[in-house]
Each structure stands twice: as C-alpha cells, then as structure tokens.
Design a protein around this ligand. Sequence first.
Ligand SMILES: Cc1cc2nc3c(=O)[nH]c(=O)nc-3n(C[C@H](O)[C@H](O)[C@H](O)COP(=O)(O)O)c2cc1C
Ligand code: SF4
Length: 503
Amino acid sequence: MTEEKSDKTEKSKETTEEAAEEKAEETVEETEQAEKAEEGGEAKAAEEKKAKKSLPKPKAAAKKKPTPRKDEKYLSRNFEIPNAHNLDVYEANGGYRALKKAMKMDGEEIIEEVKKSNLRGRGGAGFPCGIKWSFLPKESDVPKYLVINADEGEPGTFKDRYLMELDPHRHIEGCIIAAWALGIRYCYIFVRGELQFAQRRLNQAIKQAYDAGYLGKNILGQDFDFDIYVHPGAGAYICGEETGLIEGLEGKSGQPRMKPPFPAVVGVFQAPTIVNNVETISSIPFIIENGGQWFADMGIEKNGGPKLYGLSGPVNNPGVYEAPSGITIRELLERYGGGMRDGHELKAFIPGGSSCAVLKPDALDAQMGFETMREAGSSMGTACITFMDTNTCMVRVAARLAHFYHHESCGQCTPCREGSGWAAKVLDSIEAGRGRMEDLDLLLDMCDNIQGNTICALGDSIAIPVRSYLQVFPEEFEDHIKRQSCPYPAWSKRKTSADSDAA
Ligand SMILES: Cc1cc2nc3c(=O)[nH]c(=O)nc-3n(C[C@H](O)[C@H](O)[C@H](O)COP(=O)(O)O)c2cc1C
Ligand code: SF4
C-alpha cells in the first residue's frame, strides 16, 4: 500500500441516565472499568485508578483460543479489489446488502444484535458498542447526531485510514445502519487533517451514495432522512478525545469537556450524540449480515469479531493485517509480521499505541483482548503494535513520549500541562547523563500526581507509559545515571549487525 493511498430535555436526560444505570448494573466489572477508562472524570473511577497504579506483573498465559477462521477477510476484504472505493464495484461485491436487510429490522433488534456481537469500541477505550448505543435517548426534541472519530492521531496507529481510503462505502453503510437503528438525523466524520486522501475518498463515496439514494431524503423509499458531512481536523491530537473532538466540530479549540454529562446525553450542539471510531462502525454491516452471535464467536470472551492490527518497528512485514479478536501477539509478529528483521532482536513492545504500558517479550503470548491485555500488564488500545529492538534506549523512548504528550496537552489541567513538561525535562536529563537516582522516585511521584487527576485521559496517557518504562526497565534508567551517559548510540549512528554484514 503506497503512502499516497495510505481519515433535552430534562426528561430525556433522566431517562437516559436511568437506562445507563440499569445497563451498567447488568454489565460485568470489566465493562464498568472500560466505561470509566473511556469516560474519565468520575471521582470513583479516579480513586480506583489510583489504587491500581502499580502495574501487574506480566502474564504470558493465553486463555480461550479464538475461533480459527484466520484466513477469512471481512474488514480488509475489499482492500485488494481494484476500485472497490467506487459504488458499482462495492455493490458488485455485496455492498449495501446489509443496509437493505437492516432497514427491514427494528432499531431495538439491531441494537440487540450489536450487543450480542461483543463489538468493543475500536478507538482505544474498548467500550461495548451496543451498550453505548442503548444509552442514546429514543425520543429527543432536537436532531440526534452520529460523530465518527476518524482523527487517528495515536502514535503507532494507522488502521482507520485504510478503511476510509480503500473501502469508504463500507464505512458509509455502517453509518447509515447506525442512523436507522438509533433514529439519528445527521453524521459528521471528523477526519484527521493530514489524511487528505481519506477525505477525498470519503467525499467521493458520499456523493455516489447520495446519487444512488442511500443518503439524503427518503432513503430506499422509506420515511428516513440522513445526511453525512466530512469535517477535516486541524492537526491536534487532543481532538481525538471525543469531547475535544465535539468542541472542535463546534468551531472551538479542542479542549475536552468534563463528563458527565456524556455525549450520548449532551453531545455536539448540545444534542444527543453517539461518538464511534471508524473501525467500530465499519464492522456493523458484517454484524447485520451474519448476526451478532457469528461476530461474537470470532473472538474470545467479551471481545468479538474480526479486527485490524497494525504492526510497526523493525519487523519484516510492517503493515495492517486482519485477524480475529484474541489472537496472540506472537502470532501477529511471526505469522503476519514475518518476525523481527535480521539483526534486530526483540526487546519490548507496546500493544496499542503510545499511551499503553510497555511489555517485554515474555508477554508475547498474551491475547489481543481488552481483559487479556490488562492481565498482561498493559492495554489493548488501538491494537496497533510497535515493536522495539535491543538497540532502543528505553529512557529515550519515555522522554520522546513525554515530549509528545506535553506538546499535545490542551493546557486546561495543571497536572497534565505542567507534569508532562516536567517529566520530559527530567527524562531528557537522565538520557543526557545528568540524572540523579532520586529523579526516579520524582518521576513516579509525578505520575501519581497526574494519573486520575485530569479532565480527560490524556493525563493518564503520560503517566501510564512513563511509569511502565521505569518499572519494566529500571536497570536501564539506573545504568544511565551510574555511568552519567546514555549507553545507546544516537539515533543517526545506530547500527545493526545486519548493517555490519552488508558492509
Ligand atoms: C487523548 C485521547 C485521544 C484519542 N484519540 C482517538 C482517536 O484518534 N481515534 C479514536 O477513535 N478514538 C480516540 N480516542 C478515544 C475517544 O475518546 C472515544 O473513546 C472513541 O472515539 C469512542 O469510539 P469507540 O467506542 O467506537 O472506540 C482518544 C481518547 C483520548 C483520551
Ligand atoms: S488532561 Fe491534558 S489534554 Fe486532557 S483536558 Fe486536561 S490538560 Fe487538556
């Protein structure tokens, strides 16, 4: 894939909140934790997070095996079909069949299938999609909105762009099904500003869908009107956080809102809003076509369906691959990624974007699921894995991440705004050979003061990785301090044994 190819009423509020409470009671502990992780800002969640600050020891044991349908393709089925981004080719390959089936179903029936499917949000927090959908008030005095999070800014993450560039109609079909099921009138797809090709492909596909009667007024002859707009972002990572994104859509700077109220109750333009990731919504047509149980079976407990995985770092075949939920990281690396490149020995990896805790190779047999990755000591995140080799300085990686999050902090919360910059400076000084042993406790103390004490989860995205690098590779930090220098060569001077062989 080339780079070029490579995006109120008071009554209704109460009803939704009551429904949310009921549903939350029905769900298991993991679901509650996912909700808290996603929605943040609740004092209880913050307390629980604090209590869990010590990272659990990595466990390598895999539990239930995913259903072995590894070579079947769904989400990536159209990636290699020439011109599948065009309506005629998409329809010739079964496109819009799911929409026609969905429009013979009742909204509640669709929500039930999505719940049954165990589809977890693919944007990183893993909130169960069907449960989120059930939080949206059924009746509303104002139009309801669907907002697609296509900001894809998490370092190491590059899966949604493939869906938007190569199979945009699948995504549009998923949006229309969601709108039909939930009584939604308008949709905004908020696409990362840099993904211009994805924006063009989406706009072209949206025009084709309007011309064919899949969008606009009286869709497929029914009393159903639905419009989609593509909204380019302006490059801020924080606009990937759902309430920052909503602020950005409203024309303001992307500063996250306190939650509650959650977007399902008060979202964009103060109206009930569902925010979902691109991959989450692109999965919906498959659930409608094949049923929620079929989707749930292609995975492990509480984590259903086919999934896109990104592999990056010094592996033989970096890229985006489709496999069932619950696949082990080892299998992704060896079978799909072709293993580490010659001369590059695996030292560490982060399972789903830079805000996840780092793991050592002893966790390679952990399964890709939200609960299993937590048990392994990290998180599933976006499921785009970054592998690092033994040439990688862990102090430098931690410093780089702290700089990134400091740069992207919106500045509303003191712990995030100040703590990120301070952590970056301390990590820089350790890496440059000016560190003191007491800096290690200072860094951990900073992490304690950031985590759980901010409006949005960007604060946690600084504290969690920094703490993990310190706890998983303590000897490396101590070594920098003892020898008063970095034992690793500068990036520009790095050499691998493969380079030496070539010379
Ligand atoms: C700092 C930050 C950045 C985020 N960036 C993204 C992003 O780029 N794309 C995305 O889909 N979700 C992102 N999220 C998660 C969203 O807030 C939200 O959980 C997600 O869009 C919900 O969709 P889902 O349930 O389908 O995953 C981010 C969250 C945080 C805290
Ligand atoms: S945690 Fe950081 S990014 Fe999030 S609202 Fe606070 S200052 Fe802004």
